[in-house]
Design a protein around this ligand. Structure first.
Ligand code: GDP
Ligand code: ZN
Length: 285
């Protein structure tokens, strides 16, 4: 039998199979092979009683993250607020670079559109092929579109503190939302749980609730590879004069040309250069 690990806590793995949860211990063979099961893993297991089983093996993963430890994410929802806190496109581009590098599909969610509009950001990112959803948890806008978009997927939310991750999670789970202040967090016991857990939204649709999981850092990659993670830059590279163009200060650069022609947004180019610099500085240490 193959189920899905929905929770892992002090040596126990909770495997969901046909709408039931089995508390499992890992068989020695897993440890021998140095496999450490993760939340999100599809796991072969045997049932030993009504609610218990043995975890025998882990099915090959589609992807996995170390921090937080999660496997087989179908998408990550990057949440920004239209205001309060102000959205940072540098932050957004950094998260996109991380996800592109890990082969995880990003979904951009611009929340709190009841406070300010976010059309400009939506346009920039939609134009380059990303799914962008505008939401207001307060006015129950865009939540159905978001729910539709993640149907059948296992997703996690990231984003700075205060952008509305808990509120969106609660709304997707149809829980009571929009309690003023931070009550929503206390309701979900965010402060007391330290393990990741997968919450079921509906059949085959799961959301990962990981305390303290807010942002990804820039991956450790060669500076020359950064350009490949800016999805709309790739097609312009052939117009660079020099083969080893870094697309930073070079005059005869295809990316620069595309920015001047309005094909690539200025903020994306600026952020590319900032992240390039961050990566180069990292190297010298
Ligand atoms: P988290 O830190 O990302 O989990 O953010 P929370 O879900 O705790 O939300 C932070 C604050 O923003 C709370 O006071 C929420 O009530 C509020 N909030 C969340 N979504 C919206 C929204 O769409 N509009 C408005 N006006 N406030 C929101
Ligand atoms: Zn170039």
């Amino acid at each position: 039998m193959v189920g899905k690990i929905v929770k892992a806590i002090s040596g126990f793995y909770y495997i969901e199979y046909e709408n039931k949860i089995y508390e499992c211990r890992a068989k020695g063979v897993l440890k021998k092979n140095n496999i450490s099961p993760l939340v999100g893993d599809f796991a072969e297991f045997e049932i030993i009683s009504e609610a218990e089983g043995n975890l025998i093996n882990v099915v090959d993963r589609k992807n996995s993250l170390i921090r937080p430890p999660i496997a087989n994410l179908d998408a990550i929802i990057i949440v920004l607020a239209s205001t309060n806190p102000e959205p940072s496109l540098l932050f957004l581009d950094k998260q996109l670079v991380f996800l592109e590098n890990n082969n995880i599909t990003p979904i951009i969610c611009l929340n709190k559109i009841d406070l300010s509009d976010a059309d400009e950001i939506k346009n920039i990112y939609e134009k380059i092929g990303y799914k962008v959803i505008l939401t207001s948890v307060k006015e129950n806008e865009g939540i159905d579109e978001l729910r539709e978009c993640i149907k059948g997927k296992t997703v996690a939310l990231i984003g700075n503190s205060g952008v509305g991750k808990s509120s969106i999670t609660n709304a997707l789970l149809n829980k009571k939302v929009m309690v003023e202040g931070d009550l929503s967090k206390i309701e979900r016991g965010k402060q007391t749980t330290r393990h990741s857990e997968i919450l079921k939204i509906e059949n085959d649709t799961y959301i990962i609730d990981t305390p303290g999981f807010s942002n990804f850092d820039l991956p450790n990659i060669e500076t020359s590879l950064l350009v490949n993670l800016f999805v709309e830059f790739k097609s312009e590279i052939s117009n660079c004069k020099y083969k080893d163009c870094r697309h930073v200060l070079e005059e005869d650069c295809g990316i620069r040309k595309a920015v001047l022609e309005g094909k690539i947004s200025e903020s994306r180019f600026t952020n590319y250069k900032l992240l390039y610099e961050e990566l180069s500085n990292r190297k010298t240490y």
